[in-house]
Ligand binder design. Structure first.
Ligand code: BG6
Ligand code: MG
Length: 219
């Protein structure tokens, strides 16, 4: 195991909930039946693709201009919410894990689909742990495509098979697995059936847990 590549929303901090609340507010305004169950499909998915999925809940047609305005509206609301993020919003065990990885000389990268990721890492006070933050603006294919995780590995100068990816969503687990990496899922096992290892909380993550399970799989 030479590197660990993290998702952000739902793994490092619980901004997945803010994304949900911001989309919910937009969906309510448009009178669309959007709920938590449907929201699972949006996790790890880009802003515009998420909007398309939400709009598919109704039959109204929107021009590209209208869609851009709706996506911007959601993002404005989301940006308002994330101004309040502080280091106290790091999910349990995450900073300890980042420290352990850094001390062990294991590469650390971020593979988030969010254009707001660099801002959130700064608000959380953890940017300095990351050897590389993948610039999502340069990624052509979103999760479940492996491009974002493969880019993370390439930027760290390690082979995909030497990497662990950590995700909280189905599209993300698929992205990690199709990149040829070891996939760790955090949260509800129903959403992460294909993961190599599932933990119910980030508090369970540690360098030794990752190393031991990674070693067993690659034996
Ligand atoms: C992902 C989230 O990390 O980023 C998605 O899981 C979100 O819910 C996507 O839509 C894009 O985020 P942003 O901040 O660029 O709108
Ligand atoms: Mg996520």
């Amino acid at each position: 195991m030479k590197a660990v590549i993290f998702d952000l929303d739902g793994v490092i901090t619980d901004t997945a909930e803010y994304h949900y609340l911001a989309w919910k507010s937009l969906a309510d305004e448009l009178d669309l039946p959007f709920d938590k169950e449907f929201n699972e499909k949006l996790k790890g998915v880009s802003r515009m693709e998420s909007l398309e999925l939400i709009l598919s809940l109704g039959d109204a047609a929107y021009s590209d201009e209208e869609k851009n305005a709706l996506a911007e509206k959601k993002n404005d609301l989301y940006k308002e919410m994330i101004q309040k993020v502080t280091p106290a919003d790091l999910l349990p065990g995450i900073e300890a894990l980042l420290k352990e990885l850094q001390e062990a000389g294991i590469g650390i990268a971020l593979a988030s689909a969010s254009k707001n990721a660099p801002f959130i890492l700064d608000r959380l006070g953890v940017t300095h742990y990351f050897n590389h933050v993948v610039d999502v603006n340069l990624i052509k294919q979103g999760k479940p495509d492996p491009e974002i995780f493969l880019t993370g590995a390439a930027k760290l100068g390690v082979l995909p098979e030497d990497c662990v990816g950590i995700e909280d969503a189905e599209a993300g687990i698929e992205s990690i697995l199709s990149a040829g990496m070891y996939a760790v899922g955090v949260g509800n096992p129903a959403q992460m059936q294909k993961a190599d290892l599932i933990v119910s909380s980030t508090a369970e993550l540690s360098l030794s847990l990752l190393k031991e399970n990674f070693k067993q799989k690659t034996k």
